[in-house]
Design a protein around this ligand. Structure first.
Ligand code: N01
Length: 540
């Protein structure tokens, strides 16, 4: 038995360090504490909430129904919390997470304003040495990255951005005190979900609003509304069964999967089916109509054309309607959006859209935005340009694994891990909602709970067996990465340049970043690996 110098104790300061205080981190902290572990949660922001703390732009709300997009682990929490709207706003979601933190006494183990900058694995002692931007040096047996899929903001990569003389804002970094845009000439760059939500509200304030659009989106009406007391009571009565069904579902929301091809239906039937889905106000409504929307280009085109016809029926100017209509982009291969007045906003006389495919942005100037066609003078530029999704927040930490290899180096050609949970050579480092798991293709909260519970059970198993290390085997990792890629290749997703494929970040490798096989199948594979003595992993 090698002797260990007293200055290098084998017992770490903490059993676990959790990074990030959003939906993932809060639940992970709760579960590990339940195991009796000493845990510290480190959060870079000034308060808890993760995505729902940071994304405060006007109109920010969830596009999964509040009653589904909430924790299922506590029946008491389900009964006491009352959602006010079908789709919760950012402030309501933040209140919910604050309530959870207070109700379960989580804050005492959370350190705010502390960004984890570095984590180095000590191979001899089976522990992580964690460094922060506040100068703290901590040790822990396990580190759980609960850093979120959408937390690394993509800085605008447009020449001249720094020269702009007006105010520049990013939707994901909106000032907490709010911004009064009354009377201002506002430009929005980007028409993903953030832009689509913000544009109608920005248009209410701005004197002139110009949207700079590179790729048009597909957006479905949200039909958001207040939830009545009766609806809440009815929901609470069936929560126990609903939560079970959610956990067993394919994507974290409960529905009957379609069994027919869109091409097997005639045009009239398809039109009626799509119209009903459109009216459902559900983000995935159209994807649930037929079983080949995401795998067959011809089937997909029937939905795409249906949405374009809806855009034409809402937007009164035909040229604007055509500019807003996606062409050559299979429906659903970029995340669709929920529309709360988005298309109708373009009917307002002070709102216009610039088609960047025809007249690209050349540069940003001190007074506005110069396209290939002309100068647009503006007072404010709102960047709704998205994130270095899925991997950005993990790569941002300088993580050094076995043999001095960094995660950044290892993932240079795309993320590699087993079951989306552990990357070989980086033992005891778990990711919640990480790449190569269902994550963004699922209701995030249901996917988070599945990950957190698996990780918790795994740590409990190690402790029961007196083990101090778990790592993914290189073979299992190889197999998993190939399996995820093979499944993705059966769909229309990988061919499309999107943040799902890493294509939105210059230089980022093109890899489809999520597991497309469904949360139910994924859960079964994770459970089977655990049942088989953590098959695909090596313990010590
Ligand atoms: O970011 P995005 P987002 N010049 O990457 C454009 C979640 N979310 O923040 O598509 C010009 O989707 C870019 O154009 P293109 C949700 O999962 C959820 O909107 O690359 N344009 C695109 O239009 C969502 O999918 C909710 O051609 C540039 C836009 O900016 C994810 O977060 C709400 C550009 C970026 O769209 C990301 O959404 C909000 C450039 N240089 C977000 N660079 C809800 O729950 C980028 N663009 C409702």
């Amino acid at each position: 038995m090698p002797s260990v110098p007293p200055s290098r104790p084998t017992v770490p300061q903490f059993d676990a360090i959790v990074v990030g205080a959003g939906f993932s981190g809060l639940y992970q902290l709760y579960r590990l504490r339940e195991l009796g572990l000493s845990v510290r949660l480190l959060e870079a922001c000034v308060d808890i909430g993760g995505t729902w703390h940071r994304n405060r732009y006007p109109g920010a709300r969830c596009d999964v129904e509040s009653t589904s997009y909430s924790y299922s682990f506590s029946p008491e929490l389900d009964q006491e919390w009352e959602w006010s709207e079908r789709y919760a706003t950012q402030p309501e979601l933040l209140r919910y997470l604050q309530h959870v933190a207070d109700r379960f006494g989580l804050r005492q183990d959370i350190t705010l304003r502390t960004r984890v900058t570095r984590a180095v694995y000590d191979e001899d002692r089976h522990l992580w040495q964690v460094g922060t931007d506040t100068g703290e040096r901590l040790t822990a047996r396990f580190v759980i990255l609960a850093t979120g899929c959408m937390s690394a903001v993509k800085e605008p990569d447009i020449p001249g951005a720094a020269t702009f003389g007006g105010r520049a804002l990013h939707t994901a970094d909106w000032p907490h005190e709010g911004v009064d845009l009354t009377g201002e000439r506002v430009a929005v760059i980007g028409t993903g979900c953030s832009g689509v939500q913000a544009i109608p509200l920005l248009a209410e304030q701005a004197a002139a609003l110009t949207v700079f659009q590179r790729t048009p989106v597909y957006a479905l009406p949200a039909h958001n509304r207040a939830l009545t007391a009766e609806e809440n009571a009815e929901l609470k009565a069936r929560y126990p069964q609903f939560r079970i069904a959610q956990r067993q579902s394919r994507g974290g929301t409960v529905f009957e999967p379609p069994t027919r091809s869109a091409l097997a239906a005639d045009a009239a039937e398809r039109a009626a089916t799509y119209a009903a889905a459109w009216e459902s106000g559900l983000l995935s409504g159209l994807l649930r109509t037929y079983n080949d929307i995401l795998v067959d280009a011809d089937a997909n085109e029937t939905v795409a054309e249906f949405v374009r016809s809806k855009i034409r029926s809402i937007v009164t100017d035909p040229e604007t309607a055509e500019t807003l209509s996606p062409r050559g982009l299979p429906y659903g291969t970029k995340r669709p959006c929920l529309d709360t007045g988005y298309y109708a906003t373009y009917n307002k006389p002070h709102v216009s859209v610039v088609d960047l495919t025809r007249t690209p942005i050349v540069e940003i100037t001190p007074s506005g935005i110069r396209t290939a066609e002309r100068d647009h003078a503006v007072d404010v530029i709102v960047y709704a340009t998205g994130f270095d999704a899925m991997t950005g927040s993990q790569i941002a930490v300088d993580i050094v694994g076995k043999g001095g290899t960094t995660l950044r180096e290892k993932w240079a050609d795309g993320p590699r891990n087993h079951l989306g949970l552990l990357s070989s050579g980086f033992p005891n480092l778990f990711t919640v909602l990480g790449p190569l798991s269902p994550s963004v293709l699922s209701n995030a909260v249901v996917a988070i709970e599945q990950h957190v519970e698996w990780i918790t059970d795994c740590i409990a198993h190690l402790r029961e067996g007196g083990l101090t290390e778990i790592d993914a085997t290189a073979d299992a990792e190889e197999e998993w990465c190939a399996h995820v890629a093979d499944l993705a290749d059966l769909t229309l997703y990988p061919a499309v340049a999107s943040w799902y494929t890493g294509a939105n970040v210059p230089g980022k490798p093109r890899v489809f970043l999520a597991y497309t096989g469904g949360l139910d199948r994924y859960r079964a594979q994770c459970d089977a690996a655990a049942r088989d003595g953590y098959r695909g992993f090596v313990t010590a």
